[in-house]
Design a protein around this ligand. Structure first.
Ligand SMILES: Cc1cc2nc3c(=O)[nH]c(=O)nc-3n(C[C@H](O)[C@H](O)[C@H](O)COP(=O)(O)O)c2cc1C
Length: 146
């Protein structure tokens, strides 16, 4: 049994240094998550992040508490938090980074759901994360992918 958390946050990173800053987040997170047994995916869409983390319950809650304290973003909403039998993301991946109206709107819509855990918008966001991660070449099971 694992816990999965999906949240949406506003980026507080200077637009000019976004690319390097997101690369830095990914470079920090990848080895840390591998050590913790956490998998998931991170989407970065211009001025917002959406991230899913999944793994042992206590570990995921503790990591989420650290992520929430991170001054590089402001967590706007945890749109999904529940127990799962199997992981959705086998390797922690940076699912998408860049400017896309399509991705930005999907992230924004997930924020506006009134019943987050069952909303179609959150489901669409997760589908998008999964779609992006299957396009990403997997290097090695349990490790990140680029
Ligand atoms: C959008 C975003 C996503 C992050 N995702 C992760 C992650 O998946 N794993 C991780 O270890 N750190 C992640 N971090 C970094 C953590 O917030 C934090 O800086 C790191 O865990 C070190 O925490 P500490 O300084 O309290 O030890 C993320 C940061 C941001 C801004």
């Amino acid at each position: 049994m694992f816990l999965t958390i999906t949240y949406v946050s506003d980026s507080l990173i200077e637009p000019a240094s976004c690319a390097a800053a997101v690369e830095q987040i990914v470079a920090e997170a990848r080895p840390c998550n591998a050590t913790l047994g956490v998998t998931g995916a991170l989407l970065f869409a211009g001025n917002r992040f959406a991230q899913t983390i999944e793994g042992p319950e206590a570990v995921v809650d503790a990591l989420m508490a650290r992520i929430e304290r991170d001054p590089r973003h402001l967590v706007r909403a945890v749109v999904k938090r529940h127990r799962i039998d199997e992981r959705c993301f086998q390797a922690w991946s940076m699912a998408y980074s860049g400017d896309s109206v399509f991705v930005s709107q999907a992230v924004a819509r997930a924020l506006s759901g009134t019943l987050p855990s069952s909303s179609a918008d959150v489901r669409r966001l997760l589908q998008m994360m999964r779609a992006f991660t299957v396009q990403v070449p997997q290097r090695r099971a349990g490790r990140g992918a680029t």
